[in-house]
Design a protein around this ligand. Structure first.
Ligand SMILES: Nc1ncnc2c1ncn2[C@@H]1O[C@H](COP(=O)(O)OP(=O)(O)O)[C@@H](O)[C@H]1O
Ligand SMILES: [Mg+2]
Length: 379
């Protein structure tokens, strides 16, 4: 750490105040709450002051309750931000980092300055550059990628365009733009058929497997597109890649050099056609994270190097999880990059770092230090 970097452990220094922002308007609201529960439970309170800020499903910012227990899955029920909390706003004027509380019938009240925001949001309005844009306007440092990388990694179409443009391997795909299937069904069907069935149909900008279907028969295509369109009017159809799913975690370094974790493998058993929402979050016994993945050393090397290259090419900052398919013929292709990956202690991203020698609290601390050291704007 250099002298001018904030040191939350220095005696006498005011502890940096972290706004942990979670929930949000996307379909992944609940997953974000679960992630926030883990972070709130393990963030070092002797080093940081913590202000939990929930975003309700309709987009209001409310002061959250600092009680991780309320944000977990209980009896199969997904958690959500309690909309009854006092409304808070962060000025987008820049120059002031005050959070202000607005309560009905009362004068706005300053809650104090925020030094850094930890946007634990998944999906649109959170992981896609929207909140990053707002925080840039507010001039408050934040954890993770900036506007461009967030938006580029959220959109599975442009992510592939950028990766392929830099020579990184991605699978074959076609894009169905809003209204295109209705306007020219013949052309769309032909372009999908040229990929060869089965295909995967998915919303361009979503996550947690929401809206993703495997389609084996051309007759099922319309229904799968309609399902994906519930999440995003822009739909991607991909050739199915037959292979194992490998994931690698990338973390920014305090010296500026990002590092790649060990490689992990996702193994799904039971009655799942693929790594779907239930396998990810609800049927835990059907999911095994194998860390480190049992793959040949050269594949391990390739995955880690590709993860770092993908992080670099897309201009990511702070953290990202890069997901791959490893095929029976030995090729490795990038499936997607998540700029705010699932972050519970059981999630792949922290598990990969734990296996690489960095435990969960140290990981959160590293992310906050990276963010505090990085100003907003075009520096
Ligand atoms: N082209 C593909 N070939 C094979 N399986 C796929 C393909 N695309 C997606 N899948 C399966 O669907 C899952 C979710 O798709 P993904 O693109 O990773 O979306 P999300 O962002 O929702 O995680 C993957 O983890 C994988 O199991
Ligand atoms: Mg995925």
């Amino acid at each position: 750490m250099s002298d001018d970097e904030p040191d939350p452990t220095r005696p006498g220094a005011r502890r940096p105040r972290v706004a942990v922002v979670f929930g949000g308007r996307s379909a992944e609201h609940a997953i974000s709450c679960i992630t926030a529960a883990s972070v709130l439970a393990s963030i070092d309170r002797s080093a940081y002051d913590v202000v939990p800020v929930g975003i309700t499903t309709d987009g209001r910012w409310v002061l959250g309750v600092d009680d991780p227990g309320r944000l977990q899955i209980t009896d199969g029920r997904l958690p959500q931000v309690d909309p009854s909390g006092a409304e808070v706003i962060l000025s987008t004027r820049g120059g002031t980092r005050d959070l202000t509380i607005l309560e009905p019938g009362e004068q706005p009240r300053a809650l104090g300055e925020v030094d850094v925001v930890l946007p634990l949001l998944h999906g649109p309005y959170g992981e896609d550059g929207s909140i990053q844009g707002m925080l840039e306007l507010s001039a408050v440092p934040y954890v993770g990628s900036g506007i461009f990388a967030s938006a580029a990694c959220m959109d599975k179409h442009y992510m592939k365009v950028l990766l392929a443009g830099h020579g990184l391997p991605v699978g074959a795909y076609t894009v169905i733009r809003p209204g295109e299937l209705a306007a020219d069904p013949g052309a769309v069907r032909e372009s999908v058929a040229s990929l060869g069935y089965p295909v995967f149909v998915k919303p361009a900008r979503a996550g947690s497997s929401y809206g993703v279907s495997r389609v084996d028969d051309p007759d099922e295509l319309d229904a799968a597109v309609a399902h994906a369109e519930q999440f995003d009017p822009k739909v991607l159809v991909e050739a199915m890649v037959v292979g194992r799913e490998l994931e690698c975690a990338v973390l920014g370094g305090l010296d500026g050099e990002p590092q790649a974790s060990v490689v992990g493998e996702v193994v799904v058993s039971g009655d799942h056609a693929f790594y779907d929402f239930d396998a990810k979050y609800l049927n835990e016994s059907d999911l095994e994270l194998v860390i480190p993945a049992d793959v040949p050393a050269d594949v391990d090397d390739r995955v880690r190097n590709l993860a770092l290259e993908a992080f670099h090419v897309l201009g990511c900052e702070g953290l990202a999880r890069v997901d791959f398919f490893y095929t029976e013929t030995g090729s490795v292709v990038v499936n997607e990059i998540n700029t705010m990956p699932g972050f519970t202690p059981r999630s792949m991203y922290p598990a990969l770092w734990a296996a690489s020698g960095m435990d969960y609290p140290a990981l959160v601390d590293r992310l906050l230090r990276l963010a505090l050291a990085r100003p907003t704007g075009l520096r």
